[in-house]
Design a protein around this ligand. Structure first.
Ligand SMILES: [Zn+2]
Length: 506
């Protein structure tokens, strides 16, 4: 096992020391790397009359405005906005760095030039998946790839990978963080990893072939897709006796999904099974993982890397950091990034248990952790569910309710117009794959009760489908992500019963 498993030097340090070390690192990185070479932040700091030296402690981060998704989107005035966030080195500035002079003396000019190439030339990218907005590319240099490997290796370590394991990576093959972090993490950790490319590349059949041939110990992928594959495996009598862990990423994972996956795996012959989840985002260029905990215990939370980034949890309304253990929005500032760099990035993700510096009660690592459930405000923004029958509906809550409901496998919410007439009222149809042979009437009654009490909505219809039909509806193997919410209302339709409660999420 690697010696640099988790922030070797920074582990087991008290909160105050970690924060002081982070502030030092931030100040140096801003001074030597970000401010000289980032068009956006150079200008922002100039306008605010800030310098790197104004960041004496992490509390000073508050002086810096947030960067959000909107700041990265192109505008007619600036059709390549994200380029302003790319670090573009200036050779004159670089040549004055003390480390440059030292390296030139010790190793010669070629070594200096190679060092700059490694540090600053973009050679790789991952991109946001934005279903509504344009995807935003985040560029990596070799320096960033080394950090991606390190973060990937740490994810494998925290998730409890073993060198002798065989892993099946079912993340979609695309310029997306989840796939590449898994790829680089696997090679860096030194464990056999087969990447199927997901449903779009090999179909469900391809995944089953790999399950049969490789007999993996660990599956890694997006929850809805892994669920589909295991369900199909069960239908076809595939055995997965080696399977001992499922690692999920790319989407949030409700508790009900963990339970369903575990039951499916046991059905496939697994003797014991842990489900652990990861949390990452394009803008961080890394992901964080839970460590395995005994079944029925609260998940461990996501183990952060204090040497690579600062995570703040802020009140979404005021933007002020909240005390440890309090819920809020996750804000990320890297400490060692090159290529595309954003500071104090507002993720739009809410964590209900906040940040803790207590040692993890399960694995003992003393690194900051994000604990509790994460919900994404972006899912909420995508479809204006508030138009449904005049009731404001939180899609996060809706998703939790349906994923946690017993006897429900895959599901999909469909919005349509009555009789497909654009002038008609909205209809909400819930499509469900029933499992465990539940009784139709009983399940309909149960789902209606759950949706009414927790989301204040009542579907017009609940339709049951078999697994194959659900896969068609969700676009498994066709769409990059399974479609859990589809809007089939005509584009020119008239908003009916628009809610006076409509509000933009903070
Ligand atoms: Zn832990």
């Amino acid at each position: 096992m690697s010696t640099k498993l988790l922030t070797t030097n920074w582990q087991r340090l008290p909160e105050a020391t970690v924060r002081a070390l982070q502030a030092d690192k931030l100040r140096r990185w801003l001074r030597d790397t970000v401010l000289p070479f980032s068009a956006h932040y150079r200008e922002l700091f100039r306008q605010l009359k800030l310098t790197a030296d104004d960041f004496r402690s992490l509390d000073d981060l508050r002086r810096l405005p947030f960067t959000s998704k909107a700041d990265l989107l192109n505008t007619p005035d600036n059709p390549a906005k994200v380029r302003d966030f790319l670090l573009v080195p200036d050779r004159n500035v670089l040549s004055r760095r003390p480390s440059t002079i030292l390296r030139a003396l010790l190793h010669g000019r070629k070594a200096v030039a190679d060092g700059f190439e490694n540090e600053f030339r973009p050679i790789f990218l991952t991109s946001t998946t934005g279903r509504s907005a344009d995807p935003v590319p985040f560029l990596y240099t070799n320096h960033d790839l080394a950090n991606l490997q390190l973060a990937g290796e740490r994810v494998f370590g925290v998730c409890g990978a073993r060198r002798e394991d065989k892993l099946l990576n079912m993340f979609p093959y695309a310029p997306h963080l989840a796939f590449w972090l898994t790829h680089y993490g696997g090679t860096s950790f030194g464990v056999f990893t087969a990447s199927t490319g997901g449903g779009k590349v090999m179909g469900t059949e391809g995944q089953l072939r790999f399950l049969r041939k490789i007999r993996p110990d660990v599956l890694i992928g997006m929850p809805t897709f892994v669920y589909h594959v295991l369900h199909q495996a069960a239908e076809e009598g595939v055995r997965c006796e080696n399977l001992r862990r499922i690692v999920l990423g790319g989407e949030k994972v409700p508790d009900g999904m963990r339970l369903k996956l575990r039951n499916l795996a046991l059905e496939l012959g697994a003797r014991e099974l842990d489900v652990v989840t990861t949390y990452g985002f394009t803008e961080a260029k890394m992901a964080f993982a839970e460590c395995p905990v005994p079944v029925d215990e609260t998940p461990s939370g996501y183990h952060l890397y204090p040497d690579l980034g600062v995570v703040e949890v802020v009140d979404p309304k005021t933007g002020e950091p909240v005390p440890n253990g309090q819920p809020g929005e996750i804000v990320f500032t890297p400490l060692d990034s090159r290529g595309t760099v954003v500071l104090r990035y507002r993720t739009g993700d809410y964590i209900d248990g906040g940040l803790t510096y207590e040692a993890c009660p399960h694995c003992g690592r003393q690194v900051p952790r994000l604990v509790g459930k994460i919900s994404r405000s972006s899912a909420f923004k995508e479809v204006q569910l508030d138009k449904i029958k005049g009731t404001l509906v939180d899609f996060n809550e809706l998703e939790h309710v349906l994923d946690d409901a017993p006897n429900v496998g895959a599901w999909q919410i469909e919005l349509r117009k009555l009789h497909d007439d654009p002038l008609e009222v909205d209809e909400l149809v819930l499509h469900v794959q029933k499992i465990n042979g539940a009784d139709d009437d009983h399940l309909i009654h149960d789902l209606r009760a759950r949706l009414t009490t927790r989301c204040e909505i009542s579907p017009n219809r609940i339709e049951f489908h078999n697994a194959e039909k659900m896969r068609d509806l969700q676009g498994v193997g066709v769409q990059l992500k399974e479609q859990k919410l589809v809007d089939h209302r005509p584009k020119n339709s008239v908003p009916v019963a628009a809610s006076p409660l409509r509000k933009e999420p903070a």
